[in-house]
Design a protein around this ligand. Sequence first.
Ligand SMILES: Cc1ncc(COP(=O)(O)O)c(C=O)c1O
Length: 358
Amino acid sequence: MKYSFDIELTTIPKPKPDPDTLKFGKVFTDHMFIMEYETGKGWHDGRVVPYGPITLDPAAAVLHYGQEMFEGMKAYSTPDKRVQLFRPYLNAARARKSNERLCMPEIDDELFVSAIKTIVDIDRSWVPEKEGTSLYIRPFVFADDAFLGVHAANHYKFMIILSPVGPYFDIPGGGIVPISIYVEDELVRAAIGGVGFAKVGGNYAASLKAQSKAQSLGCAQVLWLDAKEHSFVEEIGTSNAFFMIEDEVITAPLQGTILPGITRTSVIELLKKWGIKVSERKLRIEDIENAAKEGKLKEIFGSGTAVVISSISKLMRKDYEIIVGDGGIGKLTQRLYDTLHGIQTGRIPDEMNWTVEV
Ligand SMILES: Cc1ncc(COP(=O)(O)O)c(C=O)c1O
């Protein structure tokens, strides 16, 4: 490893949570990674320290202007007790682009992945083994200059925290359960030229209102439409969206408004490998409605680190509802879930060379 970091181990290890009742993102491990940046000096003082609160000046830029980005990925325990990551270099590359968009200093891909491997290795006893569980990894960067002018900061922190997690949708043992999605007609997530492609906190703050509306209507997540015409489908909550109409699987193109998901890329690569027609193209919600009426809408699924693959059984809009396929879990949806989850957890061979051992 090109990078090495100082390590201070905790003297008071915490009790591990019960793997049977793990939720998403509520419990944190014994340690965290932290590194500083200063203009002129670059990234320095990378270290692992006991997990705990940090102090911030009340004028820290992140608190006022949201100069912040984060990543999300998982470490999985395999049946032969190895710990592996799923395509971490793609997270590193996406982090670079998010940093660049918010005028934050880039982190070299090797440094990013080395830091992740180091902290996961130290807390490897926290990687849960039960089916459907994993160790969620949250790297993030934020501006901590104490200055109230609006400009790019000169000081930043790069941190990584870890959280043992259960299934995103609270399904014992993991797996898929069909969910309903609310089609959001008024609020928008991102416009071309904005920051939709970057994983930055502001995108998520701006999504909460629509998310709570969806939940109040009994839906699990929001299907976002494009900002200009309110017609083209973009993404679903914290997942990318795929629509199977007849024998074509369609997903929104990368035009700067959706997050280029690592699971999305993997789904596209798998579909191509399987000889299934997959298109990255614009698709109107009205075309989906028509396809449903004509019995051509076969499956809708979401892809993302948290859910792996989620099955969408119902779309709810202001004035109608669409039941997708037969209202159950589609065959392709299930096959993708089984394959991706199988590769991630080392239960099926990784022919694509996607996993990286810690
Ligand atoms: C808005 C958004 N879209 C899509 C995704 C899926 O990306 P990935 O597959 O890299 O987890 C996420 C999750 O990180 C997300 O937050």
